[in-house]
Design a binder for this molecule. Structure first.
Ligand code: PHE
Length: 330
């Protein structure tokens, strides 16, 4: 019997342990066969053998269990070492991703306005006529709707053509004072060197009770913002028209490529148009049920600013996913 017990304790693998177990407790094992001999015996002899067999079986089982656990752990550890990954091995470097220049520009703009206490609001990309046009003082059949070539859905909803509907949604949801920006994608039926059917805008809206907000507040924030974005540039406010602002201005900066001397990018004018803005039209406040308030609004194209910042000549290249362009922004 001791011989078998030794075999168990000396087993070096689970396979060896299993054969030691079979030699004792298998169908033809010594203990099993011992039990089958019991029926040939009687009285004290039978009792003595039964006791010693039971004892041997219990000891063997106990030993088998602890040895099994020990060997399992050992084999698992060996497998870890054998199949393990050597993290210090040389490998082809994997490509590192980067922020897309449009999103990086967006973040840079958002950072500025958040630091000026503007909240960041969002709205749906699929809009209705009221929020995208009507409430922004663009009644049906108003010729200014032609400024924005609209994608319509079959149910008369539309893809928003600008972020201005978020002005309306925010004013409907909150009371003044309001100090918000709304970044996001917008859609227009247009495609050429300077237009893509999807692009990004950032809207700004500030509303206060009474007549606290004047054109001077608008000039101040935009002037400082444009210097933050482009460094030492001159800023010019040029009279323009938007249905939702009165008066309206387009804002130009002195050309960052020729410092205002005149070049191809600024079409020899020395100026680059960068955003639209104005004092919020009374009709817009009326549409959201506001009265006795004043405010300014502005809207800018993120791709346009990204192109100027990085001197990217063709807007479409921002959306082609060409690694040769994107790699330059790592
Ligand atoms: N929504 C205008 C556009 O898309 C931009 C704008 C916003 C102008 C707010 C004035 C005030 O062209």
């Amino acid at each position: 019997m001791q011989k078998f017990i030794d075999e168990i304790s000396q087993a070096k693998s689970l396979a060896e342990l299993e054969s030691a177990r079979l030699a004792l407790l298998g169908k033809k094992g010594v203990i099993t066969e011992g039990f089958s001999k019991l029926k040939e015996l009687n009285g004290d002899e039978k009792k003595a053998l039964a006791e010693s067999l039971n004892k041997a079986r219990d000891e063997a089982n106990e030993l088998l269990a602890s040895k099994k656990a020990e060997l399992e752990e050992k084999e698992a550890n060996e497998a870890l070492i054998k199949d393990g990954v050597d993290v210090s091995l040389f490998n082809e470097p994997s490509l590192r991703g980067a922020m897309h220049p449009v999103m990086a520009t967006m973040d840079k703009i958002i950072d500025y306005f958040v630091a000026q206490n503007f909240s960041v609001e969002t709205g749906p990309l699929i809009e209705d006529d009221f929020h995208n046009f009507e409430a922004l003082n663009l009644p049906k059949y108003h010729p200014a709707r032609d400024m924005q070539d609209t994608f319509y859905l079959r149910d008369f909803r539309l893809l928003r053509t600008h972020t201005s509907p978020v002005q309306i949604r925010t004013m409907q949801a909150k009371k003044p004072p309001i100090r918000m920006i709304a970044p996001g994608a917008v859609f227009r039926r247009d495609l050429d060197l300077t237009h893509t059917p999807m692009f990004h805008q950032i809207e700004g809206l500030v509303v206060e009770e009474g007549d606290k907000i004047s054109f001077a507040n608008l000039k101040d924030i935009l002037q400082n913002f444009l210097v933050y974005m482009f460094g030492d540039v001159k800023v010019r406010f040029r009279p323009s028209f938007f249905p939702f602002t009165e008066p309206s201005t387009e804002v130009d900066i002195s050309c960052i490529f020729c410092k205002g001397c005149g070049c191809r990018v600024c079409k020899q004018t020395g100026w680059l148009e960068v955003l639209g803005s104005g004092i919020v039209d009374e009709n817009v406040f009326k549409a959201v049920g506001y009265s006795g308030v004043s405010g300014y609004a502005f809207g800018l194209g993120v791709e346009r600013l990204a192109m100027l910042l990085h001197r990217i000549p063709d807007l479409r290249s921002l959306f082609e996913g060409d690694l040769r362009l994107l790699e330059q922004f790592r």
